[in-house]
Write a protein that binds this ligand. Structure first.
Ligand SMILES: *Cc1c(COP(=O)(O)O)cnc(C)c1O
Length: 494
């Protein structure tokens, strides 16, 4: 591929964030944002497993989620292998629970199972998908801070391998329900170790002010000196209808460094050792949650799974030795790191508009200067990707239907919804000749995009296509106008 130093190529726009460089060549797919198998063909079109985006558009329409099945499988397998290797001498390997909330349908649940992973769910609906996919209950976990009695009963019906209990209240309910059924519920306790990881740092605090988990802070209950976490251990070990498997924590999401995970593991193991001694029990399992980061833009630098796994294993190994306890069987719950990068969203470009934005003079007496920002509208938006609105998340985009020699132009990719916040990609350089009818691809949309999609403005939710061995098939079809009207009782059933 030629390097495109377009004549009159502008300097970085003063409107662009500092981290965003002007790409040397706008036609190049920048790793590591893209799934394996995504390439540009010799006429400059983006292809996946050899299938061009114009073919995908013709067959399935836009917007469309395009997922590489082989990439999904290899990322799932890579996590499993990396953690199995790192923990082999400590606890014989690791159970990897794919966090279904990031993206779930029956096909994906089956890939997960076929690659040797288990599945985390957090609602009756997700359990229903798992059941329909034929996942054995023993390979399922059930999360949630407000499980209904119906969901707990359903989990027991399905004999799920673990119910991750989130509060003292819930522990008592699970114990009662299991007891009334004459069964024993397998339970983990979700603790809040006071470690909050962000992408590049973590903070540690004694107290938690959030809805999830049982606090490990000593004064977190009214019982003198007993933490909520300890009260839960005491209760769980006293209920005959509960089998306490172990402790769980999940410290955050889109985390790049291992130190937050390591600190949480140390805290949980220390607590585990104390509880095992005090209550004369052994907790055979320990779940360290998910949250491993991926690349959404060229400046994101996620670590390979092996590197994080080794760092976490080193801490578990040395902490268990220091405490003189046998290491529990470790499990983890990656979602985004498995599915996020497997998928791009394909959109068609519609309306283009350039606005002029004032940038204040930097020194006294200097006049304001205006710079152009181009708004590139696409045929979806916040209904298929709510993350920019919800979390200020950054994404990237590429002109997918052709190469271009035009100069880079600072652009903002926006949707078609009636909200000015309806942004898909806040800042990206796109070729200046992007026009209506072009196709744009936004990488890294496998996790928490389709899963969070809505029908805002009565847009139909897009379908999801899985590509494997040069063939594309729908794993979730897109909605139709009929679907949109189906539950409207004024016209349904007439
Ligand atoms: C969301 C969540 C995960 C997965 O997080 P990712 O960032 O997608 O890896 C794992 N465990 C729990 C308890 C969660 O809530």
């Amino acid at each position: 591929m030629t390097t495109n130093t377009a004549p009159n190529s502008p300097q970085a726009s003063p409107l662009a964030p500092e981290w965003l460089a002007v790409p040397e060549d706008l036609n190049v797919l920048q790793a590591p944002m893209w799934a394996a198998g995504v390439e540009k063909n010799d006429v400059g079109e983006v292809t996946i497993d050899g299938i061009s985006v114009s073919d995908l558009k013709e067959q399935f329409g836009t917007p469309l989620f395009v997922m590489s099945e082989s990439d999904f499988r290899s990322r799932a397998r890579a996590f499993k292998d990396a953690f199995d290797d790192a923990f082999a001498d400590i606890c014989g390997g690791v159970d990897v629970y794919y966090a279904g909330k990031s993206f779930l349908c029956t096909a994906v649940a089956q890939w997960v199972a076929e690659e040797g992973l288990r599945l985390d769910t957090c609602s009756g609906g997700e359990l229903a998908v798992a059941a329909r996919a034929g996942i054995p209950g023993a390979n399922l976990g059930l999360h949630g801070n407000n499980k209904s009695d119906a969901e707990i009963n359903r989990a027991l019906d399905m004999k799920v391998g673990r119910i991750v209990v989130d509060s003292l209240d819930e522990l008592e309910r699970v114990a009662k329900i299991a007891s009334s059924r004459g069964e024993i519920a397998k339970v983990m306790l979700r603790l809040t170790p006071g470690v909050h990881a962000h992408t590049h740092e973590f903070i540690a605090t004694a107290h938690e002010d959030q809805k999830f988990g049982l606090s490990m802070a000593e004064d977190s209950t009214e019982e003198a000196g007993l933490s909520a976490a300890e009260e839960a251990v005491a209760a769980a070990t006293s209920y005959p209808s509960v089998e306490l498997l172990g402790l769980h924590c999940h410290i955050g999401s889109q985390i790049f460094e291992a130190d937050g995970f390591a600190l949480a593991a140390e805290k949980l193991l220390g607590f585990q050792a104390a509880m095992q001694a005090k209550y004369s029990v052994i907790l055979p399992e320990l779940d360290l949650g998910g949250g491993y980061g991926i690349a959404y833009t060229p400046v994101d630098t996620p670590r390979p799974a092996a590197e994080i796994a080794q760092a976490m294993a080193a801490v578990v190994r040395s902490k268990c030795a220091e405490l003189g306890i046998e290491a529990p069987r470790v499990s983890i719950e990656p979602g985004r790191a498995i599915v996020g990068s497997t998928t791009f969203t394909l959109y068609e470009v519609g309306t283009l508009k350039t606005v002029r934005v004032d940038v204040p003079g930097t020194e006294k007496g200097l006049e304001n200067v205006t710079y152009p920002r181009r708004y590139v509208s696409v045929d979806g938006g916040m209904s298929d990707n709510a993350r920019p609105v919800l979390y200020d998340a950054d994404y990237s985009a590429i002109l997918a239907s052709r190469d271009s020699d035009a100069a880079p132009q600072l652009s903002r990719v926006v949707g078609k919804h009636c909200e000015s916040g309806d942004i898909v990609v806040r800042d990206v350089y796109l070729p200046a000749d992007v026009a209506a009818g072009d196709l744009l691809a936004v990488p890294g949309t496998g996790a928490y995009c389709w899963a969070l999609s809505s029908n805002y403005n009565y847009l139909a939710r897009p379908g999801v296509v899985a590509v494997r061995d040069g063939a594309a098939r729908l794993i979730v079809r897109g909605e139709t106008e009929e679907d949109l009207l189906n539950r409207d009782m004024g016209v349904a059933n007439v």
